[in-house]
Design a protein around this ligand. Structure first.
Ligand code: NAP
Length: 335
């Protein structure tokens, strides 16, 4: 019998999640049925959507999320002992499940892609869901052309840092917004952004006009709110906006969402195309994106920085740290 530890969410988050919103409990795992595997967790992802989903799920619930683990026992020929698996089993150290069963696209499991010697943790980052988000959300919706000006918010995070670098690979001029001067330095010096701006301290409109004298062609929106309204007001004719997320409002209590300046004048007169997406839309094509992302990382065109927190008992710290902006690149926990 294997005993597993898991985090159970017991409350509706109010503002930033609190430690007392979680209980860590032990449970005995059942013996394997045909098709099932026993997986020992190695890496766990902390992501903004764990905050977003909380108001919409019945309490209590096991904290879900992407993770990578190794098969220790198997009754599934396709997943023999030693196989590395990406699953949505979340904040737990051991799990038993059938990788072929999935209730929805988010909940599915798949074999860790061939990372060609790169850190396996990238399977929940640049070569996992966040990498696919950047790849498809930017390329399919913004359809960037060489020479165009691209703006990305949340630019130093898991998705944003990849979007900005893909935009550089495609020959665009890239402007990123992030929440500290250190992040601004990192984006400009290490990741090759043409310009980065600290949205917490800058006169955003003035600095953005200076940085983008020819206007903005593509905007990848991770944050929403007033920052996005200002960026959209500077877009060019036929500009494209990919709406990925709105993290500026995730910790707001319902009914208290931040307000932004009206964006419709720019949308109408500049004839903008604005499209939201959920990355699961392209799930059957993720493996193609993973191949290309691995190649870009291997040949030095793309840096996949990670912000690693060590220890199963520090998952909560990693989660709220990511929401508060501690992370450069993808926030992951090494179990
Ligand atoms: P991340 O950017 O690695 O981490 C979150 C970052 O958000 C923090 O580092 C922080 O950076 C920034 N942030 C926190 N509060 C903010 C605020 N009030 N205003 C502006 N920025 C704030 O997270 P991620 O996983 O890459 O996710 C980025 C966005 O993509 C999120 O909105 C997420 O929900 C969305 N997403 C959507 C999909 C989809 O399918 N549509 C899939 C994955 C992710 P600073 O220091 O810069 O503030």
């Amino acid at each position: 019998m294997v005993k597993a530890k898991k985090y159970v969410v017991t409350s509706r988050f109010k503002g930033m999640p609190k430690l007392e919103d979680f209980n860590v409990v032990e449970e005995e795992l059942p013996p394997l049925k045909d098709g099932e595997v026993l997986v020992k967790t190695e890496w766990i992802s902390v992501d903004p959507y764990l905050r977003t989903y909380n108001p919409h799920i019945s309490l209590p619930y096991d904290q879900f999320g992407n993770q990578i683990g190794e098969v220790l026992e198997s009754k599934n020929d396709n997943y023999p002992v030693g196989t590395k698996v990406v699953s949505h089993k979340g904040w737990r150290d051991y799990s038993v499940f059938n990788p072929n069963d999935s209730t929805d696209q988010l909940d599915r499991a798949y074999k860790l892609p061939d990372l060609q010697g790169l850190s396996e943790s990238l399977g929940i980052g640049a070569v996992g869901m966040p990498g696919a988000t950047a790849y498809f959300g930017f390329l399919e919706i913004c359809k960037p052309k060489a020479g165009e000006t691209v703006v990305v918010t949340g630019a130093a995070g898991a998705v944003g840092s990849i979007v900005g670098q893909i935009a550089k690979i495609k020959g665009c001029k890239v402007i990123g917004f992030a929440g500290s001067d250190d992040k601004v330095q990192w984006l400009e010096k290490d990741l090759g952004f043409d310009k980065a701006i600290n949205y917490k301290t800058a006169d955003v409109l003035k600095e953005l006009k200076q940085a983008a004298p020819k206007g903005i062609d593509c905007y990848f929106d991770n944050v929403g709110g007033e920052l996005s309204s200002i960026i959209i007001s500077l877009m060019n004719l036929y500009g494209r906006v990919s709406v990925c997320g709105m993290i500026s409002s995730y910790n707001s209590d319902s009914g208290q969402s931040p307000k932004g300046t009206l964006v419709q004048p720019s949308i109408v007169f500049n004839q903008l195309k604005i499209e939201g997406f959920v990355v699961a839309r392209w799930v059957s094509e993720w493996p193609d994106a993973f191949n290309e992302l691995v190649q870009w990382i291997k040949n030095g065109k793309l840096k996949a920085k990670e912000h690693v927190t060590e220890g199963f008992d520090r998952l909560f710290d990693a989660f709220v740290g990511m929401l508060a902006g501690d992370n450069f690149g993808k926030a992951v926990v090494k179990v």
